[in-house]
Ligand binder design. Sequence first.
Ligand SMILES: NC(=O)c1ccc[n+]([C@@H]2O[C@H](COP(=O)([O-])OP(=O)(O)OC[C@H]3O[C@@H](n4cnc5c(N)ncnc54)[C@H](O)[C@@H]3O)[C@@H](O)[C@H]2O)c1
Length: 306
Amino acid sequence: MKKAAVIGAGVMGTRICRHFLKAGYRVALVDRSDEALEKARDFLNSLGATVQFAIRLEALGDDWKDVEAVFEAVPERLELKHQVLRDLEDFFASETIIASNTSGLRTDDLIRGMTCPCRFLIAHFFNPADLIPAVEVVPGAQTREDVTDRMVRLLEASGKKVARLNTEVPGFIANRLQHAMLRECFHLIGSGVADAATIDLVTRYSIGVRLALIGPMLQRDLNGLDTHLNIAAYLYPELDTRQSPPDSLAAKVEAGELGRKTGQGFYAWDATLTQRMDEIERLLPQVIRLAAAAGEPEEDSTCLSG
Ligand SMILES: NC(=O)c1ccc[n+]([C@@H]2O[C@H](COP(=O)([O-])OP(=O)(O)OC[C@H]3O[C@@H](n4cnc5c(N)ncnc54)[C@H](O)[C@@H]3O)[C@@H](O)[C@H]2O)c1
């Protein structure tokens, strides 16, 4: 049976662990917090699978040293990641791929202190990692080609849709797109054009429904690139180009309005809204099945013509 290890039993680590369990792996989950391990145990045991939980790497024992890959999902603090990556190098066999789930730290910064960064890369999952199919794989300048190939094969075989970046860039692909869109959302709200609920409504019922089935580039082909050029020529000068986060965002954070975690963000997080989010997570697999049913252009170039 294939084996993988996950370091950090938080939001991401627990779900990455669940993904590999569902893919038939034996999985070890390490966290230095008893409380985090206990929470993960409650969540993962419902699958009926056996996870090897450990408070320290050494407690795993020799049987776990030859896992195919270890996924680091500890908090986004560089010094902490340095320490963890060094420990992973010391503990795991030389053939084990060491992957970081960083949201945006650069490989050159992450590998400082590693002895053999050739077996290190970024594998960026999306929350919830057991449900959202995409993973961005970002090799660093020193990552061996065969290591990246192996990680791509491993993730694909486990059921993931893998995006392998040719060049490392901050924010990878998805976060760049998301932040470009959100910069404009804040601009629209700040200019009094629409409120947050109106932006959510128009996004969901227009570009949102399309984007789950076809990506933005294929969609542009569908609309006509000449039309896109005409619109881009007059619209680009109108779009927000600010180089720092919006003041209104900073003000919300300052006021403790962080969203679900503090009960208030753009929306008031009462019991109804919280319940709705749980329902949405139950709907997610259906949306993913629909997205997969739309196929890939390489597989079926006629999928949109009907
Ligand atoms: N939350 C997201 O939506 C999301 C999405 C993609 C990527 N990421 C990235 O994934 C990583 C983890 O994020 P998260 O949201 O799961 O964080 P989290 O705070 O929910 O969980 C981190 C866990 O790591 C544990 N930990 C801390 N130091 C440790 C150590 N030395 N050894 C073992 N465990 C240790 C903590 O106890 C905690 O349980 C970060 O790099 C983050 O940027 C997060």
